[in-house]
Design a protein around this ligand. Structure first.
Ligand code: IVH
Length: 677
């Protein structure tokens, strides 16, 4: 092969690879299988090894990460990188609009560009004759850090601009952020390796960019989305901001799909509400909406004040993270005796609600956080997720802060606590002696997915145990013998007592799966209970099962198997089961079913978002009946994700993993096809 033909091949490879990474990272519409892309890249790298002089800054090989730096150098921004003023409510937005109209001396509706405020790191990218020559952080707005080597590794950053018509000198500004699915995978991996996890996608993005070794950055799932231009020389850009962004999109940049131009402040408020609804379903974090006067001549006319332009504002969503004080840590005892530390917090408004408690999970979590009572902590509440203590601000630690001490005796029954080797949880050893475990066990037994005793809420269970009417789940079925005492309870009338006793009576006829779930064996959730019921068909067959019999069942691992064997080997537990049967709890028994014979045997499905025709529970029942496993989270083992409106990070993760996704109509279609109505 002559040098000329090799050079021609090399150049063809370069543009092919750049094009395919654009399809993949910017358009999210790859045209090549990953393996083929890897082959092309390998060939390119082979050629570069032979001809090192050919390698230029826009070679796709540069994305894998150059040699580590010893420090970042400084970059002075020719045009300062400004920040934005904030609006926190409707009035702030109306005031903003009024200021604009006053300055522009016009009462006409202003045309605004609306864009999500991406929660990442602002960066500036400089292109000379279409070639990326420099990338810098915002820094203090005047001087930032040179992160070119790191930014080159980000797939959605064009190393060379496409098409034509771009100014010879063009500074593109935007946000580098980490989509949630990538963030989850990154943290999952860190957790597996026992490493520290990132608190949120923004910290993960910042940490990934701050690496002196670009290879680390290259391994992180970062995105770049542009939202503005800085320095422009030797060329003209369109008059409207939204058209500028469209032009940038044509040159190979990712622009935000939600961007829209609207007329008037009311339309801005409507956009804000619309995106607020959509927010949890987006594949990335946003913390507000940026509204910009769309005409650039008007922007120039309006100018700047201090560090922010007059022509733009960030309308913030309620914060998902707030600072507050840890007042105390209390210990709650769960159904299985697990002792959970709960943070009592100075009440704080976060994620749209007032939070005064947050779980601290277990001892490992307390160690990981390094938290002490009295500390200032960051509380995070995103969407419907339970509030978490995300981190500790150690610099604000008061002198009288005290360590969190795990109790050595159960805070409820004073039995010794035990820590089982290899387990994060610390447990109360009291078992049925511990009123907390008894209460939680009863709450679980009567819950909707178990024996479903209507009208027996948590408060009433606590009263029944505290007043000595019930000391075990089997006692529920003797409550009718103590009607007088029941009536003596606070707020218990004749009618509610009768209803309660009737509901308890009704619960006696159940299914084996519900009964097994209701027993509250450790490691036996709803799905495992169903598998056990389906496999054994009869309770006594399960009671006799050995560890080997159990692990032979699909989706029963050694840990659940050990827990099941231990449960039935415990005389007290077995006595309780027999007492329940003696009290009249029954279910239809059947011969064992060969699960492999079912249509969806061995498959794992995930349901996310809301369904309209079916309820999620109905869909789940049907899938389980077909032999599928229905899981709560998406992993590489998932076969199918059913996503309804409002689907969020699970859908994004499915897409990231290339898992097939069905909508509700698709699911119904399949049910019809399988003859399930
Ligand atoms: S425009 C002069 N647009 O918000 C205009 N900023 O508080 C400057 N940000 O540092 C920025 N999404 O990191 C703009 N669509 C968006 C944005 C956005 C996120 C960040 C950016 C900036 C900060 C200002």
């Amino acid at each position: 092969m002559t040098v000329e033909t090799l050079l021609a091949e090399y150049q063809a490879l370069k543009s092919q690879l750049n094009y395919h990474s654009y399809r993949y990272y910017v358009l999210d519409d790859p045209q090549l299988p990953d393996a083929e892309y890897d082959r092309l890249m390998q060939r390119l790298q082979d050629i570069e090894l032979q001809q090192p002089a050919w390698v230029t800054a826009d070679s796709p090989s540069q994305r894998v990460g150059a040699e580590p730096l010893s420090a970042f150098s400084q970059v002075t921004h020719a045009v300062p990188m400004l920040s934005l003023d904030n609006a926190f409510d409707e009035q702030d937005m109306l005031d903003f609009n009024k200021r604009l109209q006053d300055r522009l001396k016009s009462k006409d509706d202003i045309e605004f560009a609306c864009e999500p405020k991406l929660d990442g790191i602002a960066v500036s990218l400089l292109y000379r004759d279409g070639l990326l020559v420099q990338a810098a952080t915002r820094g203090d707005g005047a001087i930032g850090e040179d992160i070119t080597a790191n930014v080159r590794t980000i797939g959605s950053v064009p190393l060379r601009l496409q098409g034509e018509g771009f100014p010879p000198l063009l500074e593109v500004r935007g946000e580098i952020y980490m989509p949630r699915a990538g963030f989850d995978l990154l943290n999952d991996k860190a957790r597996e390796r026992g490493e520290k996890t990132f608190v949120n996608p923004r910290n993960a993005a910042a940490g990934s960019l701050r690496q002196l070794d670009p290879k680390i950055t290259a391994s992180r799932p970062l995105q770049f989305c542009c939202y503005n231009v800085g320095l422009v020389e030797g060329g003209e850009l369109p008059e409207r901001h939204t058209d500028v962004l469209q032009a940038l999109s044509g040159w190979g940049f990712l622009i935000n799909a939600e961007m829209r131009a609207v007329h008037g402040v009311q339309a801005c408020l409507a956009y804000f509400a619309e995106l607020g609804e959509k927010r949890q379903g987006l594949s990335y974090d946003i913390d507000g909406i940026v509204f910009k006067v769309n005409h650039r001549t008007l922007q120039q006319q309006l100018g700047f004040v201090a560090r922010a332009p007059r022509w733009a504002i960030a309308h913030k969503f309620p914060a998902q993270e707030e600072m507050t004080q840890l007042l105390d840590v209390e210990f709650q005892v769960g159904r299985t005796g697990a002792i959970t530390p709960v943070a009592r917090l100075e009440p704080v408004f976060v994620g749209g609600v007032t939070v005064s408690n947050a779980t601290l999970h277990n001892r490992d979590e307390i160690e990981r956080l390094g938290v002490m009572v009295g500390d200032t902590v960051i509380v995070r509440r995103a969407g419907d997720v339970i509030p978490q203590v995300a981190s500790v601000i150690v610099s604000k630690r008061p002198v009288d802060a005290r360590p969190v001490v795990f109790p050595s005796l159960c805070p409820v029954c004073e039995s010794p606590v035990v820590q089982v080797e290899g387990e994060a949880a610390v447990r109360c050893s009291g078992g049925s002696v511990c009123p907390a475990q008894v209460k939680e066990g009863i709450k679980h037994y009567v819950s909707r997915k178990a024996l479903d005793v209507d009208g027996l809420g948590d408060k009433l269970v606590e009263q029944l145990v505290d007043e000595g009417l019930v000391a075990s789940i089997a006692d529920l079925y003797h409550l009718h013998e103590r009607r007088e005492q029941l009536l003596a309870l606070e707020r218990m009338g004749e009618k509610s007592a009768d209803n309660l006793l009737a509901a308890i009576e009704t619960s006696k006829s159940t299914s084996l799966a519900k009964f097994l779930f209701g027993l509250g064996m450790r490691e036996v959730g709803e799905t495992t209970a169903r598998s056990l019921a389906a496999h054994f068909g009869k309770l006594d067959a399960l009671i006799k099962a050995s560890h080997e019999d159990l692990i032979a069942i699909d989706d029963i691992g050694p840990v659940s198997a050990a827990s099941i064997v231990a449960f039935f080997a415990d005389a007290k537990q077995l006595e309780q089961v027999r007492a329940l049967q003696a009290a009249g709890v029954t279910w239809p028994e059947h011969e064992p079913v060969a699960k492999d014979a079912l249509l969806l045997a061995g498959q794992t499905w995930v349901l996310t978002g809301s369904l309209e025709t079916l309820s999620r529970d109905e869909a789940k029942e049907k899938l389980l009946a077909l032999g599928a496993k229905v899981a709560g989270s998406v992993s590489a083992k998932t076969q199918m994700v059913v996503a309804g409106p409002g689907a969020g990070s699970k859908l994004a993760k499915a897409q990231a993993l290339g898992i097939e996704v069905l909508d509700e109509a698709g699911l119904l279609e399949k049910f019809k096809h399988w003859g399930v109505s």
